[in-house]
Write a new protein. Structure first.
Ligand SMILES: Cc1ncc(COP(=O)(O)O)c(C=O)c1O
Length: 409
């Protein structure tokens, strides 16, 4: 880093760069979707997984499990059930019946089956945009309609901060029976706070809505604020299904597993039944992995969160110094930054521009909106900063060089 002004503004994270030596050649192993989608020389900051190796206790548990044969299995059995019940209770999902948990091969299948079970074809389904794109796909691919309430941008110091637009939510809710909530929210990194959750609960009661709350990113919190599940409040428990899994926090997306959680076992069964025999079951390795994560993964997760906080701070310092016109979120959770580059002359084609000119791959803003709202998010990108600090800085340098050639007015 040669710019003295930039060095001064960078947080000192030099002693903590445990992942500084990540090697792109090794990351581009034959089966890596993230590293092989784009050409050699491109730094991939798109799909949401981390470039970090598997947590050692998880690796050890998987190796041991492989030595035990691979017949039909108990999906983690009572041990995984009770470890999960304990974890869910800590985020407010207390008093769950044991048959209130239903394992899935991933969280996305849970989004799809909830839409199939709780709504009819042609019906509008309520959600907020921008949002993780399978939310929309689970609605439109099953012949329902997206009723989208765009979030609104508030300001928090220098960073962008996305809030619920209550008027937009009220307007979009007309005729809907299901709210699909993302908490923490991908891509804005928001963790809905106590006030917002209370108001949302009042809202779903007033509109008599079912809620599917995707809480997959809950363990990836970058602030000290506690996390409360949407269904922590008994008033909304019977109408809410929570979806979660280990794949974001423990970086295990290759071993699909998730769980559908509900206080009303009949509702869980109803959703489960909508998939019939099509759903399949998670693998023994994924159940082993989740148990190891819950029982022994804590220290690894804490170290990883510290590293991610460092990356977030480095990214902000860099943007402040080199690209001050970029509006960036400071995510409260996730390793995803939602960046507003609309001021740039190439905003209309920003994802391609960055791919071709900076050789970095990011997700394009419009991906996170249904068709009608896509133009509103043109010029935004989602940047995944869960890589080595060295690679992150290289990617940011490339981005600044490419964007800097045409500086916004
Ligand atoms: C909010 C959210 N839900 C679900 C998923 C995917 O979950 P799974 O791989 O378990 O289907 C992601 C992946 O990025 C996500 O961000």
């Amino acid at each position: 880093m040669t710019d003295p002004q930039l060095s001064e503004r960078m947080p000192d994270v030099s002693g903590a760069d445990a992942y500084g030596t990540l090697d792109p050649a090794a990351l581009r192993h034959v089966d890596s979707l993230k590293w092989n989608r784009y050409g050699e020389g491109v730094i991939p900051l798109w799909i949401a997984d981390m470039d970090f190796p598997v947590a050692p206790p998880i690796l050890a548990a998987l190796q041991e499990r492989l030595g035990q044969g691979l017949g039909y299995h108990l999906q983690g059995g009572a041990t995984l059930q009770s470890a999960l019940l304990e974890k869910l209770a800590a985020q407010g999902l207390t008093d769950l019946p044991e048959d209130g948990l239903s394992f899935l091969p991933g969280v996305v299948p849970g989004l799809y089956t909830a839409v199939a079970a709780l709504t009819e074809p042609g019906e509008p389904v309520l959600t907020m945009t921008p949002i993780y794109h399978p939310f929309h796909l689970s609605i439109t691919e099953q012949g329902r309609r997206v009723a989208a309430a765009p979030l609104r941008e508030g300001a928090e110091g220098d960073t962008a901060h996305w809030e619920i637009d209550w008027d937009a939510l009220e307007a979009a809710a007309q005729g809907t029976r299901l709210l699909m909530l993302c908490h923490p929210h991908n891509p804005t990194g928001r963790v809905w706070n106590a006030e917002e959750l209370a108001r949302l609960r009042d809202f779903v009661l007033a509109h008599d809505l079912y809620v599917v709350s995707d809480e997959l990113h809950a363990d990836l919190r970058l602030t000290d604020a506690p996390f409360e599940s949407f269904a922590a409040d008994p008033r909304v428990r019977a109408r809410t299904l929570t979806l979660t899994g280990p794949c974001k926090a423990y970086n295990t997306a290759a071993l699909g597993i998730g769980v559908l959680v509900g206080h009303d076992p009949a509702l869980v069964r109803r959703v489960r039944a909508a998939a019939g025999g099509l759903m399949g079951h998670p693998s023994a390795l994924s159940a082993t992995m989740w148990l190891a994560a819950l029982q022994e993964g804590g220290p690894w997760l804490q170290g990883t969160l510290d590293y991610l906080r460092g990356n977030r701070d480095v990214m902000h310092a860099f943007l402040d110094a080199r690209l001050p016109w970029v509006r960036a979120t400071s995510p409260e959770a996730t390793y995803l930054a939602w960046l507003d580059l609309r001021a740039h002359p190439r905003a209309g084609d920003i994802q391609n521009f960055l791919l071709e000119e900076a050789r970095i791959a990011v997700h394009d803003g419009p991906l996170f909106a249904p068709d009608a709202l896509k133009p509103q998010y043109q010029g935004f990108i989602r940047l995944n900063f869960a890589t080595s600090r060295g690679l992150l800085l290289e990617a940011l340098e490339r981005m600044a060089d490419a964007l800097g050639a045409e500086v916004p007015a």
